[in-house]
Design a protein around this ligand. Structure first.
Ligand SMILES: [Zn+2]
Length: 142
């Protein structure tokens, strides 16, 4: 007896071709499992390509609220020249910029506007108190 290498069918020794699958390869003795579709590694499954879902917006945090607060303080401070609004605007905007997940552009704008407003306020108050030399502010304030 001999066994087909291809399909494992038991064949008579005289067979030239496997009676089952017509191949010519035989093993003497022990039958081997058919190789077809047993040890052949199947192709790795192709991952379907999905459309990347839009990244969900990070949750609104306290820092983002500070950003809005800082920006509002910056804007209001520009028009009211109130002493307290500029430090609040700078502080809230910087915290919002560093820690906030949203509105970073707004936080940056709030910081800049607050700083500029604070500088303007500082210059005006220095001038009003006579601390600033007149030749510095003469062109701007007269
Ligand atoms: Zn065979």
């Amino acid at each position: 007896m001999k066994y087909c290498k291809n399909c494992g069918a038991e064949n008579n020794d005289g067979n030239v071709f496997c009676f089952n699958c017509r191949c010519e390869s035989f093993n003497p003795g022990q039958p081997e499992p058919p190789v077809s579709n047993v040890n052949v590694p199947s192709a790795p499954p192709v991952q379907p390509v999905y459309m990347m879902p839009a990244r969900p917006k990070p949750p609104l945090g306290v820092s983002d609220l500070l950003t809005v607060l800082g920006f509002v303080c910056a804007i209001v401070g520009m028009f009211t020249i109130s002493m307290i609004l500029h430090p609040i605007g700078v502080l809230a905007s910087v915290i919002g910029f560093v820690q906030g997940k949203r509105y970073r552009g707004l936080a940056l704008a709030g910081t800049v506007i607050s700083v500029v407003g604070g500088i303007i306020y500082l210059v005006i108050s220095l001038y009003n108190n006579g601390i600033l030399p007149e030749w510095i502010t003469y062109g701007a304030l007269h």
